[in-house]
Design a binder for this molecule. Structure first.
Ligand code: MN
Length: 231
């Protein structure tokens, strides 16, 4: 087969302890999945989970022990960090029950759902799609994926983000409103999950803006850290 121009390279993420890489299919994100973050965004009460997507090529894959670069995006004056646990799907499926969700997980990583908050806010106000606020280039930094067997039980793990050495976000995965398993059940009712899908599971409270030069270090206990400089 020939193409009218060279097809784009497959987006992929390094894997802890392996030379092989994880090829990315889609990036799903869960909105408002920690109570104190929902509150800081002006919402209360448990609502059904809702989802948005980022394009696979929004990934900025940062190998363990290195400092990645995050280009400051256009049009915004309020680029927010959202530190998140990322679930990497290894086995696809439709209508997956929460009880079976673990069978579909390849591993976990630390990710950032970078957000042009001012543009997202404007779209919310107008009832328009969030794409311009969420789905831009470099909006999905991610660290190396730790396979499930090495990660152990991350359901209670601490999740944190420092900017220039100062704490901005610190919480626990146990505070997810919709657990990883429940999220997979809801998500797979709406889309057929595929190997290579990534799920950014939502951010705890403390989201705020970064500027050029800032150094972000995020982590989830058991999964190492993700380090980036805004350039
Ligand atoms: Mn998010």
């Amino acid at each position: 087969m020939s193409f009218v121009f060279p097809p784009p390279a497959t987006v992929s993420v390094p894997i802890v302890g392996s030379q092989e890489r994880f090829p990315v299919h889609r990036i799903y994100c869960v909105g408002r999945n920690y109570e104190d973050h929902a509150k800081e965004m002006g919402f209360t009460g448990r609502e059904p989970p809702f989802f948005f997507l980022k394009p696979a090529d929004a990934i900025v894959a940062v190998p363990a022990g290195t400092m990645g670069s995050l280009p400051y995006p256009s049009l915004t004056k309020s680029l927010h960090h959202e530190i998140e646990l990322v679930v990497a799907i290894g086995t696809g499926g439709k209508d997956i029950l929460a009880a079976d969700a673990h069978k579909h997980i390849y591993g976990y990583a630390v990710g950032l759902d970078m957000t042009r908050r001012d543009l997202q806010g404007e779209m919310k106000k107008q009832g328009r799609p969030w794409c311009i606020g969420k789905a831009f280039e470099h909006s999905a930094p991610i660290g190396a994926i730790t396979p499930v067997a090495q990660a152990g039980d991350i359901s209670q793990a601490e999740i944190h983000l420092q900017v220039n050495g100062q704490d901005r976000q610190r919480s626990h995965v146990s505070k997810l409103i919709w657990s990883i398993a429940e999220t997979i059940e809801h998500l797979s009712a709406a889309w057929e999950l595929q190997p290579g899908d990534l799920i950014y599971t939502g951010t705890p409270e403390g989201v705020a803006a970064v500027v050029k030069g800032d150094i972000l270090v995020g982590g989830v206990a058991g999964l190492g850290t993700l380090s980036l400089q805004v350039i």
